[in-house]
Design a protein around this ligand. Sequence first.
Ligand code: BGC
Length: 252
Amino acid sequence: MNVFGVDIGGSGIKGAPVNLEHGELAEPRHKVLTPQPATPDGVAGCVAEVVRHFGWTGPVGVTFPGVVTGSTIRTAANVDKGWIDVDAGRLLGDRLDGLPVTVLNDADAAGIAEMAFGAGKGRKGTVVMLTLGTGIGSALFADGRLVPNTELGHLELKGHDAEKRASSKAREDEQLSWEHWATKRLQKYLAHVEMLFSPELFIIGGGISRKADKFLPLIEGVRAEIVPAKLQNDAGIVGAAMAARAAAVRVG
Ligand code: BGC
């Protein structure tokens, strides 16, 4: 069965039909640049463009980089604040001529895809997926079941919002060496999350996970196993499609 997934990111909005048996894109993804500012109307137009590119007419799952309850956006740390309290499911459904739309947090989407098809496949116990990008997203799993909207990127670290210190953007903006960023920033952040949740496994996602060999071997003093994500760029799209299928099954 194929379902459509869209990933709304700070720089690009990308989507494709997803083969849910294999957890893979069924066709090469289509990407448009995220409008700046990324207002609800501007982004909704781009999502519609991506979906129409494929002539898609079934259920659509969409990720959003903020807290999502039901289909309403509650926070917008790194996107236009105009999203707060917008019912994104309704907005996007209207733009897509009534197609059923499911909206979920971007890290939650990446996490459910990794648990089903990637680095977390078959893993029981507590698993924490962290996406390191502009911000830090988190997805918490207990025996494979997601606890949504955990927002562990906003834990306080040395008096700062953790994502401002340990994200991939923080490394770039402050021009930190891999070693400094890994040992003084990421390691401290992981140790803090471990102190709170004692996961068996951390899955590290986001674009930077492609360079995991540059920083994961430098991390010490964290008990949990730490592995890079496997689905990388496609995790959000695949997870969005999985969530849309789950919603379609619930509605019957
Ligand atoms: C947001 C999260 C999001 C993460 C990654 C954070 O700033 O609060 O909701 O998952 O960035 O995009």
